[in-house]
Design a protein around this ligand. Structure first.
Ligand code: TA6
Length: 297
């Protein structure tokens, strides 16, 4: 018999609700509150006890299921950026799919783990002719850990690019330091055919900015000074980071971002993009993971 998620996973501290056409999973445990949506398998909110939300979601986000929700942690897969073929969506198609919840439970540690999944179907195979299953393991505790598991279920190897396109809530992105990107290979996507260059200094965000940092595997820290905090990003199996904020002019081209809202977020994305693509052998899996936490300045 078809059961709703609430019946299937009747666990204290985990509520399954809806907002317009979108399913939400609301988590409230001893460490934090969090909100996840099956729309795109995206985490929308993570609020450690005593802290402000680490994530930003647009006040003008669309919840009718027609497009990804603007904000939180959109999942870019099986490609990052523009599609190779015209007519296919930027950042891949999984963020426009409704994922399923495979597990939802509290751990002995008091943390909460939710496992979401999506898999190839007739529509995805038309866009990308490979059989796959993609899983996202969300672990909510004093920190937020996201693990994206790509499974190539086909008999041939396949190349993917991927990113957790995270919108972090910050008090003021102008002049904000983003540490840990030094010595990576910087590509400025706002400059046509910009040469790759080694990032020598700590990145200072002055929107507009749309930059890829290749060969970048270490921990990244966002100095959210006016919130008197650092947002720390530990990552595993990620060779790339991307930093994006549209600034006051480019933002006007986004119907689901208010004109002043560029002042409220910074995207610092972890993944494997452009030349840092991943070759997935037949029947193999790849795990990309990040851990987000807050430290005082
Ligand atoms: O990650 C940066 C970026 O690729 C920007 O170029 C901008 O397009 C942003 O992602 C948002 O893309 P979206 O498809 O979510 O509107």
């Amino acid at each position: 018999m078809a059961t709703t998620y609430q019946e299937q996973f009747s666990v204290d501290g985990i509520q399954f609700t809806t907002r317009e056409a979108v399913e939400l999973i609301e988590i409230d445990n001893q460490f934090a509150k969090a909100t996840i949506t099956t729309m795109g398998g995206s985490v929308l909110s993570f609020i450690p006890k005593g802290q402000k939300d680490l994530l930003w979601v647009s006040d003008s986000a669309i919840y009718d299921g027609s497009k990804p929700i603007r904000g939180g942690v959109p999942i870019c897969w099986p490609w990052f950026g523009g599609a190779k073929q015209p007519g296919l969506p930027a950042h891949g198609f999984v963020r426009s799919m409704v994922w399923t919840v495979e597990k939802a439970a509290h751990l002995d540690t008091g943390e909460t783990r939710v496992l979401l999944a999506c898999e190839s179907n007739e529509k995805t195979l038309e866009q990308w002719p490979h059989v796959f299953k993609l899983k996202l393991c969300v672990e909510v505790g004093a920190s937020l850990t996201l693990t994206l598991i790509s499974a190539n279920l086909s008999d041939e190897s396949v190349d993917i690019t991927e990113a957790l396109h995270t919108y972090f809530s910050v008090a003021n992105p102008i002049g904000m330091q983003i540490k840990g990107l030094e010595q990576s290979t910087h590509l400025d996507k706002l400059v046509d055919n910009a040469p790759a260059e080694i990032q020598t200094d700590v990145v200072v965000l002055n929107p507009p900015k749309d930059s890829v940092y290749l060969n970048q595997t270490g921990t990244v820290s966002i100095v959210d000074a006016d919130n008197e905090r650092q947002i720390v990003i530990h990552k595993r199996n990620s060779q790339s980071s991307v930093v994006w904020n549209p600034g006051p002019e480019i933002v006007k081209g986004f119907a689901d971002i208010d004109d002043q809202a560029w002042l409220d977020f910074a995207c610092v994305e972890s993944g494997n993009v452009l030349e840092d693509f991943i070759t997935l052998p037949a029947k193999a899996e790849h795990m990309l993971s990040v851990q987000y936490l807050v430290k005082p300045l």
